[in-house]
Ligand binder design. Structure first.
Ligand code: PPS
Length: 342
């Protein structure tokens, strides 16, 4: 008998190129000081950090497993909320661990390898962890990607990469949860995030930010492609499509549906415990306690801004709201994703 068949490596159906100097200059002039050196995929034009270019093929070939739970989202759509909920559902017997260990250390955030890459030779706890988990591993092949692959047993993985940049077998292999949020609130939340995050280092005002958002120039954009790719597959038995706004309205009901999708046998009390564990207040309090460990990435505390629906009304002028509404009409026309804005 021959050795078991290894899946053959797929070639990338897209290329990765540097964003043009003109675009970078325009972004810098609009206050995007941390946006140097971006790359974009061609043809879909997804904006990513340069480290992605080297790893694109590895992401595209990353092997998911039947016992994985994979969380997909455009940034600022409720990823952290759903991460905490998924982790809690699978770890009801040890919820207190969340007080000690930050959420990204309790699951695998695949994008870390190009968002916050580790440098070979770093003398950090993360590097030591990598050396222990993957003694033969090479930093340049992606620390998180290799540690995730080396992990035995069920995994929770999250990524902001859109479906078409991931292994085409994903949906036929693993359970996938997609969380979406209305684009106006995503834009406002992204704006605050980019101002607070010292690497993104945005220094402009909201209207500059919103223009770049509508022009698909921000990291992980285009927004619509990201959501539409999941929305079109929403009736796939392995995809559970959720809205941030539904979680706000009825977290218990949404978590109950999520548990059913994941085939988890949770009692009503269990679902209440999960909802409570991942409530805005509890998550913010935990984050504040742990934020010292985040180092200099945020110049002010407060990853959790307000977690509300409709925050865009207080930051956008009537003209900008008009432009935004037209942009939504143009992009959602014929697709009709039922976003709620109030
Ligand atoms: S990131 O950086 O892309 O991972 O951000 P993401 O986690 O996707 O989204 C952050 C926004 O989600 C809000 N959030 C919550 N809202 C309500 N309840 C809970 N539990 C919760 N957890 C996170 C968070 O506050 C961000 O929204 P804004 O509007 O900025 O407050």
């Amino acid at each position: 008998m021959g050795s078991p068949q290894m899946p053959s490596r797929r070639f990338l159906p897209f290329t990765v190129e540097k964003v043009s100097d003109e675009e970078e200059e325009r972004l810098k002039a609009a206050g995007f000081l941390g946006y140097g050196d971006l790359v974009r995929t061609d043809p879909s034009s997804v904006r990513l950090r340069p480290g992605y270019a080297r790893l694109a093929e590895t992401y595209y070939n990353f092997e998911f497993r039947p016992d994985d739970t994979v969380l997909l989202s455009f940034p600022k759509s409720g990823t952290t909320w759903m991460s905490e909920a998924l982790w809690a559902m699978r770890n009801l017997g040890r919820l207190e661990e969340a007080d000690e260990v930050a959420i990204d250390d309790r699951l695998f955030f695949l994008d870390s390898d190009f968002l916050l890459p580790i440098t070979a030779g770093d003398d950090t706890p993360a590097m030591k962890k990598f050396a222990r988990a993957c003694p033969e591993g090479r930093v340049e092949d992606g620390v998180t990607l290799q540690m995730t692959a080396a992990h035995k047993g069920p995994r929770i993985l999250k990524t902001h990469l859109q479906l078409e940049l991931l292994n085409p077998d994903l949906l036929n292999t693993s359970k996938v949860v997609y969380i979406a949020r209305n684009p106006k609130d995503v834009c406002v939340s992204y704006f605050h995030h980019c101002r607070k995050n010292t690497r993104l280092n945005f220094k402009g005002d909201f209207s500059d930010f919103a223009e770049a958002f509508m022009a698909n120039q921000l990291l992980f954009e285009p927004f619509w492609d990201h959501v539409v790719q999941a929305w079109m597959r929403r009736s796939h038995e392995n995809l559970h499509f959720m809205f941030f706004e539904d979680m706000k309205r009825d977290a218990h009901g949404e978590l109950r549906k999520l548990a059913t999708f994941l085939e988890l046998d949770l009692s009503d009390e269990d679902v209440h415990r999960v909802a409570d564990h991942c409530s805005f207040g509890q998550m913010r309090a935990r984050e504040e306690r742990q934020s010292e460990g985040r180092g200099p990435l945020y110049n002010v505390p407060g990853f959790f801004h307000k977690g509300e629906i409709g925050g865009w009304k207080s930051v956008a002028s009537p003209e900008l709201i008009d432009r935004f509404d037209n942009w939504i009409l143009d992009n959602n026309c014929g697709i009709d994703i039922p976003f709620r804005y109030e």
